[in-house]
Write a protein that binds this ligand. Structure first.
Ligand SMILES: [Mn+2]
Length: 247
């Protein structure tokens, strides 16, 4: 019997966003750090068993070292495990953030950064999480290429990916495509996706897969994250949690 698990799924924090210049960069730096703090406060209050961060914690690989160290400290203070993947904005190019700073040195954090994919097993939770690093955000980069098959029934299995959803039959020239057929073929109990800054259900007949949105509201979306519940003999449940930006 696997334990009932609560997965907090978040993504696309974009720390150190700096496309405005001058004083507005300082304001944006503070805004995104505040949002990250608020996100972690809300997630902690909901007492998840694990947090999944599906890419783009940082807006670019130029993120200042003090920002990176601060983010590492914030993650390290959480009293639950964190599993995370790089996104296209914090991808594994030369001198990348994740090459300059070893997130796997944080006791409760696992960064899945192998380019061909890897699985971390959180034994106490009977949870196996698969994901992979991203170096090149190009059409050839397929975040779900190489997902494991033949998954054992003794664990919960979660997959992570960072890229753009592509429906079957649609010609795609986008970088990092996540094809509907790949979602359907995956055997995961839940697929935690990032890259779209909006909540989106991309589940198929046999797979539950969601984009969790981003803490920063875009257009008419709310800042959001997802609380996903895995429970024996029940369908995977996904609850959208809106960030209260005024608290
Ligand atoms: Mn992205």
């Amino acid at each position: 019997m696997r334990p009932t698990l609560k997965l907090a799924h978040c993504s696309d924090i974009h720390l150190d966003y700096d496309y405005y210049g001058g004083d507005r960069n300082i304001a944006k730096h503070e805004y995104y750090c505040d949002l990250f703090g608020k996100l972690l406060t809300d997630i902690s209050a909901a007492k998840p068993d694990v947090m999944l961060l599906a890419g783009d914690l940082f807006d670019h690989n130029r993120a200042a070292d003090p920002t990176v160290v601060w983010a590492m400290e914030m993650l390290g203070k959480l009293d639950f495990p964190v599993v995370m993947i790089p996104g296209n904005h914090d991808c594994l190019v030369d001198n990348a953030i994740y090459l300059r700073h070893d997130f796997n040195q944080i006791a409760n954090v696992t960064l899945l950064d192998e380019l061909h994919g890897q699985t971390v097993e959180l034994d106490q939770l009977k949870l196996a999480v698969w994901g992979k690093g991203m170096r090149d955000h190009t059409p050839d980069n397929q975040p779900l290429d190489g997902v494991p098959t033949g998954l054992n029934g003794g664990n919960w299995h979660v997959g992570m990916g960072h890229g753009i959803p592509v429906a079957t039959g649609v010609d795609c020239i986008n970088s990092s495509p996540i094809h509907e057929a790949q979602i359907e073929a995956s055997e995961f109990n839940y697929l935690a996706l990032g890259h779209l800054h909006a909540v989106r259900d991309v589940s198929t007949a046999n797979s539950t897969a969601f984009y969790c949105g981003a803490p920063s509201p875009v257009m008419d979306e709310c800042g959001a994250w997802l609380m996903t519940t895995l429970e024996e003999n029940k369908p995977t449940q996904v609850e959208v949690v809106e960030l209260d930006l005024n608290s």
